[in-house]
Ligand binder design. Structure first.
Ligand code: SER
Length: 315
């Protein structure tokens, strides 16, 4: 019998929305409790309105639910974080401490989403290795480096089974991202399918690592299901799918929608993107727990357009 009891924070976000469904499919709906500070627009089963900064609320929710696993997805992302750095730091760090301490109490396994934002200008830009110079330049990146280190600390000192992935930009049709630098790669598809042009906030040649949502979800589930002795990285695993520029994804969309147009008006997010790396070496994840992405730019584009067009037709 499956006895996992899975609590999610930030479950209403881009990844949380899809991960909640995947976890419910795998473990059963009642075994999964999504929480978020925002109420869901379309509730799907049990949900709790929760602020990760409210430790008492976290404790009482856990007391009732008795989690064996916690997926801590609540965070302020790279672009939004720069608008109010201290607030982003408080939410990202205090939220993580609250979750790590709660997990200790319940001896629960933890998933922590790290990011390519841990890298900075001194990190190698191509095939960025697992262990390398970090020195991030956004408050989000700083909170992810510190968060990864604290995850490792809780593993080493307290034996807490914390696992983390450095997600690249995630592209999916099911949900919208919010406040990130890679958000353009989702927005561009929605505009294209709506028959509109797109104004991109990054330069046409800005190459960034990206991953299609089904791969991201599978990576998360596979990492969490792997035997503990196979996990050799307790900070955050590098994870790669594809790398492309706005011009390249626009061209790929135009193969399906020839009239689609993109203009480029870089804003403050350009320097964030420029500080990140262009491609990622994820050989450690491949070796340790068998990670392998399925989607490339062409198959991802085809699948995104198919799903978004279905929605337009149905909607
Ligand atoms: N997608 C995130 C962002 O752009 C990176 O982790 O902030």
């Amino acid at each position: 019998m499956n006895t996992e009891r899975i609590l999610l924070t930030g479950a209403g976000g881009q990844i949380g929305t899809v991960l909640t469904r995947a976890l419910r499919e795998k473990h059963g709906s009642d075994q999964v409790l999504p929480t978020d500070i925002r109420l869901p627009e379309e509730p799907e089963g049990a949900f709790e309105n929760m602020d990760v900064l409210d430790q008492q609320q976290l404790q009482s929710t856990a007391g009732r639910f008795k989690p064996t696993q916690i997926y801590h997805l609540a965070a302020i992302l790279s672009a939004k974080g720069e608008k109010n750095p201290r607030r982003a730091w408080d939410i990202n760090m205090q939220g993580l401490f609250n979750v790590l301490d709660l997990a200790r109490e319940w001896e629960a396994k933890v998933f922590f989403p790290s990011s390519i934002a841990v890298f900075g200008r001194y990190s190698p830009k191509q095939q960025t290795p697992q262990h390398t110079v970090l020195q991030p330049e956004t408050v989000y990146g700083i909170s992810k480096v510190a968060g990864e280190s604290w995850c490792q600390y809780y593993f080493e000192k307290y034996g807490l089974d914390v696992r983390a992935l450095r997600y690249p930009g995630i592209i999916g049709y099911q949900s919208m991202p919010g406040g990130g630098t890679t958000d353009y790669a989702v927005e561009i598809f929605h505009q294209a399918v709506a028959g509109k042009s797109y104004v991109c906030f990054l330069r046409a040649d800005t190459r960034l690592p990206m991953l299609y949502m089904p791969d991201a979800i599978r990576a998360t589930l596979e990492l969490m299901a792997a035997p503990a002795e196979q996990i050799t990285v307790r900070t955050g695993y590098n994870l790669a799918g594809m790398s492309f520029t706005p011009a390249e994804v626009a061209r790929e969309i135009q193969r399906h929608l020839p009239g689609f147009e993109v203009q480029y008006r870089p804003d403050f997010r350009q320097s964030i993107a420029d500080s990140w790396t262009q491609s990622i070496d994820d050989s450690q994840a491949r070796a340790d727990w068998g990670w392998k992405p399925e989607y490339d730019l062409s198959s991802m584009t085809q699948d995104m357009l198919r799903h978004l067009r279905e929605r337009v037709t149905i909607g």
